[in-house]
Each structure stands twice: as structure tokens, then as C-alpha cells.
Design a protein around this ligand. Structure first.
Ligand code: FPP
Length: 304
């Protein structure tokens, strides 16, 4: 079930004493009532980080995995409920050299094996989104093991987007709705056609395919939409990440390359987010302009 921001009880995290001095100085400038519920990060720049140091790309990814652990632990210390990281896209899987894909898979496995204890120490729960069933089976086994080992944790949920693409997620949602409709018809012992015809086809389809239903069939159905999307390495792109879910998210782009991104940078992104006025298509709190003198009255409209 999605939790609305209004149903959440906000309070200062009781783990702030675990922040570094640098993190604490930034955290103290934040409004604890306006910590986002969900931050999603497009981790970019591993290759450039390595290139700048004349290192092989894989060393950039290795350093990037270190950043993942620093950032998720800081997130857990400030009680961020949901952190979603774009770790491996469908396009990465299809377009990167096989050797790099296979290195990333090994890195993921070893990251999970080495960090499950730290996840438990920090009350972090592991989850995944994406076409994960297409990943190598030994990677899937380790992923399942890590999520089982951390399933009882109640702090931050770290979701890794793996073999993930947002357009394919929306396609999967549509397919899943059709399967649900077929299951419903089968349960009633009638054909899909008869089931829809009985209610009037248009009405029956509208009742079963609408925005909430598409959301309910996305991989992210159980989480709130991201409030803040962070992208590292300066690229101003969304790259097929959570397209549906970030309709009203704030976007923060930093020039910093992912392997250099740490807890203080997450907190700086949140500080920037707290300066924004979120309007969700409305006018926001600061606009109370009276338009009654400008707009025609009902009588004037009737005369026109
Ligand atoms: C983008 O850098 C990053 C990726 C393709 C993968 C992200 C992977 C990690 C952060 C490390 C492993 C993660 C886990 C969870 C263990 P890039 O290679 O596109 O960089 P570039 O644009 O500078 O070439």
C-alpha cells in the first residue's frame, strides 16, 4: 500500500549522532518534517571517474559500489524511508560489452554478500525492481538471499533497479492488467469478451484500466512515488528511469561523479529539495492572487 505523506508521523531521526561531523552540519540545517519519503538516484559517471585517473572502467564501478554503501547508511541514519538506485539498466545489459556486464554482475553479487551484515546493523531492507528474472541465475539466488536476510528490517528500503527500463515496466504493467482481467473472467467461468460485454465494453475497460490500476501493476506498486530524483555526473537526462513515478518529483543534477558521491552530498541534495515549492500542477502555497476582478462574471459570460 502506498503511504501518503500526510499519514506519516515526522520526527527527528534518533540516529543523527551516527552522522559524521560534516553530515551533521548539513542535517542541522534541514527541516526534519520535510525529509523526502523517497529519493531515487541515477548513479552515473563511474567510467569517467576511472578515465580521469587513467584507470580501467571496472575500477570506477568498484568505487561506485563503495558509494552505494556510504549513501544508503547515511539515508538510514536520517530515517529516509525509501532509497531507489538505478544500478543496471536494460540498455546497459544490451549495449555494454559482455565483459563489463559480467563484471557488474560479479560486483553486484560480491556487494550483496559483503554488505548484508551492515544492512542488518543499519536496519536496511533490500529489494529490487526490473526484469530481474533475466539476470544470471546465480545472481538471482544471491539477490533473493540478501532480501530474505534483511526482510525483517524496518528502516530504509534500499531498492536496486536491475535490468530495469521504465518503458518496459509500463509494458509489463499493461500485460499484467490483461492477465488479471483474464483471471477474473476465468474465476467467473465466462469468456473475457462476455465479461466486458456484460458491463458495456467501454465502461468495463475504463473501470479496469486507469491511472491507479497502471500504478498498482508497476514494479513499484508498494512504494510511494519518488519526491526527489538525483543524477550524478552532470547529465540532464532521465534515461528511462521511473518515468511514470517521477511525474511530480523534484530533480537535482550534480556535476559530482558517482564514485565521489557520499552522505554529505545526499544531504545537500535534500537541502536543495527543501528549498523547492512543490505544486503538483496547482499554484502552490504562495499564490493567493484574487482573480475575481479580471475574470468575467457568470452574467457577463451568459451575455457573450
Ligand atoms: C554509470 O556509470 C553506472 C552504471 C552503469 C552502473 C552503476 C553501478 C554501480 C554504481 C556499481 C555497482 C552497484 C552495486 C549496487 C553493487 P557509467 O559506466 O555509465 O559512467 P560513464 O558515463 O562515466 O561512462
Amino acid at each position: 500500500m502506498r503511504e501518503s505523506s500526510s499519514s506519516r508521523v515526522y520526527q527527528r531521526s534518533n540516529r543523527v549522532h551516527e552522522l559524521t561531523h560534516e553530515e551533521r552540519a548539513i542535517y542541522d540545517t534541514l527541516d526534519p518534517c520535510r525529509i523526502p519519503q523517497h529519493v531515487a538516484i541515477i548513479m552515473d559517471g563511474n567510467g569517467r571517474w576511472a578515465g580521469k585517473r587513467a584507470l580501467k572502467r571496472f575500477l570506477g564501478h568498484q568505487q561506485g559500489a563503495e558509494s552505494v554503501q556510504y549513501v544508503v547508511e547515511t539515508a538510514s541514519r536520517i530515517d529516509l524511508q525509501w532509497l531507489t538506485l538505478y544500478a543496471f539498466s536494460l540498455e546497459n545489459n544490451l549495449r555494454r560489452p559482455k565483459s563489463e556486464v559480467s563484471f557488474l554482475m560479479k560486483l553486484l553479487k560480491s556487494y550483496l554478500v559483503s554488505n548484508v551484515k551492515r544492512m542488518n546493523d543499519n536496519n536496511i531492507r533490500m529489494a529490487y525492481i526490473g526484469r530481474t528474472h533475466e539476470l544470471p541465475s546465480e545472481v538471482q539466488d544471491t539477490m533473493q538471499w540478501a532480501s530474505e536476510q534483511t526482510a525483517k528490517n524496518t528502516g530504509t528500503t534500499l531498492t536496486l533497479a536491475l535490468n530495469y527500463g521504465s518503458r518496459s515496466e509500463i509494458v509489463d504493467s499493461a500485460r499484467s492488467i490483461v492477465h488479471a482481467m483474464l483471471a477474473e473472467a476465468a474465476k467467473r467461468g465466462i469468456s473475457l469478451e462476455d465479461m466486458l460485454a456484460a458491463e458495456g465494453v467501454d465502461d468495463a475497460i475504463k473501470a479496469r484500466i486507469d491511472e491507479p490500476q497502471i500504478g498498482e501493476h508497476l514494479y513499484t506498486a508498494h512504494m510511494p512515488d519518488p519526491d526527489l530524483v538525483v543524477r550524478t555526473s552532470g547529465e540532464q537526462r532521465i534515461s528511462n528511469f521511473l518515468l511514470w513515478q517521477i511525474a511530480y518529483a523534484e530533480i537535482f543534477v550534480t556535476e559530482r561523479l558517482w564514485p565521489d558521491f557520499r552522505g554529505p552530498h545526499l544531504l545537500e541534495a535534500i537541502a536543495d529539495y527543501q528549498q523547492r515549492e512543490r505544486r503538483f500542477g496547482g499554484l502552490g502555497e504562495t499564490s493567493d492572487e484574487d482573480l475575481s476582478d479580471v475574470l468575467p462574471t457568470e452574467t457577463e459570460l451568459a451575455r457573450q
